[in-house]
Design a protein around this ligand. Structure first.
Ligand code: GLY
Length: 584
């Protein structure tokens, strides 16, 4: 990663005729950061005294400030559960679903809160992610009630969501932040509340007309009289009336990209371009803005960079103009490249967060140069927009509950399974990769219907009825990655396993052997477990996928999936039944 190269690249980004600079951000960077995020989030769940308060910003002693989940005006409580939902998306580990659910449910009290415009932030990041990733109607019902509450704040005379009753200086205000709250209304408009679509569209158009300046920069707030005339406009968290607060601009970029995704209305694509082009043209070399583009006080705001990186990965996937598409994607990857560098990543520091150098509210003297839970959330979202299904390793776990990964409920009949396995010790004392169905909790080895074992003899074996079988002695070797392919017949309760070691042809380990004789009855291939017996991480599994060999997937893996497809998280990757060595 080279920041000077990114800075040089920015000139290219803005010169449409010049090819963009090559960027260094890769899947490996995303996996590295997700691994760090996993540890940080786990530590935070362990450190917090209970689920009544959610983390907000870092303190110099390495802990988080927290906000009561019942606080009606605070806007940040959804980001911690939301981050855990994103972590569940990474590797489908039930532990992250459990943790995310535990921190989501305390926010149900907010669903009838009509005192804030920020219900979109609070509820879409928590309950919205929960609904997207689980399809559990409890989450959807809470979201719909929340949308009903937010809709009560719509002022039909002016055509805006009224934002901030708490500020006595304002009459009927909007802030640029509210653009992101609109997602709750747009989602609801597609889920039984069609009237909310017009509210979101009207609010977005009014914000565009009155908060966005001709050059694409923005006021933070606009305050209206009851008749819709402007009373005042300026800033609350930025530097001055004429300046542009970086995060306020980030909310506009995110908001108009999201509006265009939901509506397909070209006015929102044009708006997204305008606010984005101002933002990109005013960035410093490392693509992380000062907290306000016009302020003399120099404090980077990494949260703005994370929000914009995520937004531009979305916008570049929707953009109709090829040159802009490349420019926005290149900019987003440059931002991520910067954020994952030691200059911004909290790894190796005492921060409990992911990103250093965020600014909450500088004019109020609050949260200056800290980690911010919302910066971390959008950072994770950006990583998963870069690749919704990162090649995240499944490290073997001693704990049965932590060893499991959910595969969905659709894997019935005959299925193919593939994965790569890398031993990380010389002798692995019976560690297994095993499978059972989606409803079977793995509490012991005996719950696994089929399994591949790394035996104490140093060879691979496969479960066969009451014992273990192998047709050939295939030794496993520390650090060498072998490729496995299974053909599983869930009706006959039989399976075959093939192994490919690097540089050699595929060989069969077992042929049509029986599921474990005392295993539970299973309906689907819904759960994989990667279990260690000596220490955590004694081996790892990569690129695990399960698919129907009879129905090759029609949808190839995309770097940016539309939201409708995100709901089908078990869309497998393209495959060949006889992959070439180079594909492994
Ligand atoms: N929505 C409040 C902020 O961005 O700080």
């Amino acid at each position: 990663m080279g920041l000077s190269r990114i800075g040089a690249g920015l000139g290219c980004l803005l010169g449409a005729m010049v090819a963009p600079a090559a960027l260094a951000f890769t899947d490996a960077d995303a996996v590295r950061v997700l691994t760090f995020a996993r540890a940080q989030l786990a530590d935070t769940t362990a450190e917090l005294p209970g689920v009544t308060r959610s983390p907000k910003s870092s303190l110099s002693n390495g802990t988080w400030t927290t906000v009561a989940n019942t606080d009606r005006i605070a806007w940040t409580q959804g980001f911690f559960p939301g981050s855990m939902w994103l972590m569940f998306q990474v590797a489908s580990e039930p532990i992250w679903r459990e943790r995310a659910d535990l921190w989501t449910r305390p926010l149900e009290v907010q669903k009838t809160n009509t005192e804030t415009h920020d219900l979109g932030f609070k509820m879409y990041t928590s309950y919205g992610e929960a609904w997207r990733l689980t399809g559990n109607t409890y989450y959807r019902d809470v979201l719909l009630t929340s949308a009903d509450s937010l809709a009560t704040r719509y002022n039909s005379q002016i055509g805006i969501i009224d934002c901030c009753d708490w500020n006595p200086n304002w009459n009927i205000p909007l802030v640029t932040d509210t653009m992101v709250d609109l997602q709750l209304l747009l989602w609801a408009s597609q889920n039984g509340r069609p009237a909310y679509r017009a509210m979101a569209i009207n609010h977005a158009l009014k914000t565009l007309a009155d908060a966005v300046r001709p050059d694409g920069s923005s006021f933070h707030y606009v305050d209206y009289r009851a008749d819709g005339t402007i009373r005042s406009r300026g800033t609350y968290q930025g530097y001055s009336t004429t300046s542009t607060w970086a995060r306020g601009q980030a909310w506009l970029i995110y908001g108009y990209s999201m509006m265009y995704r939901y509506t397909g209305d070209a006015r929102f694509l044009t708006a997204a371009r305008r606010v984005t082009d101002y933002y990109l043209a005013n960035l410093p070399a490392d693509l992380v803005p000062n907290w306000d583009f016009n302020a003399p006080m120099q404090y980077k705001d990494s949260s703005a960079a994370a929000i914009v990186a995520s937004a531009l990965l979305e916008l570049s996937g929707l953009e109709t103009d090829a040159t802009r598409r490349t420019r926005y994607r290149t900019a987003a990857l440059g931002m991520l490249d910067s954020l994952v560098s030691p200059a911004y990543l909290a790894q190796g520091t005492n921060s409990p967060g992911l990103l250093l150098h965020g600014v909450g509210n500088l004019p109020a003297g609050q949260e200056i140069d800290v980690s911010l839970i919302y910066g971390d959330y959008y950072f994770l979202e950006a990583l998963l927009r870069f690749n919704p299904r990162p090649n995240y390793p499944w490290y073997a776990k001693l704990s049965f509950s932590r060893s499991q990964h959910l595969l969905g409920t659709n894997n019935t009949g005959t299925r193919a399974v593939e994965f790569d396995l890398t031993p990380l010790r010389d002798v692995i004392d019976g560690g297994v990769v095993g499978w059972t169905d989606s409803s079977t909790e793995v509490t012991s080895f005996s719950r696994l219907n089929l399994a591949v074992r790394l035996s104490t003899d140093g060879i691979y074996q496969a479960r066969n009825g009451a014992g273990w079988s192998w047709l050939r002695r295939i030794p496993y070797v520390r650090g060498r990655t072998d490729h496995f392919r299974l053909s599983v017949d869930l009706v006959a309760r039989r399976y075959s396993v093939w192994v490919t070691v690097p540089g050699a042809a595929e060989v069969q380990l077992v042929n049509n052997v029986a599921f474990r004789s005392d295993g539970p009855f299973i309906n689907d291939l819904g759960r994989a477990a990667v279990i260690a017996t000596t220490e955590d991480s004694e081996f790892r599994v990569n690129s695990h996928r399960v698919y129907s060999p009879k129905q090759p997937p029609a949808v190839a893996r995309a770097e940016k999936l539309p939201d409708a497809l995100w709901e089908q998280l078990d869309v497998p990757e393209p495959f060949s039944l006889e992959p070439t060595t180079s594909e492994r």
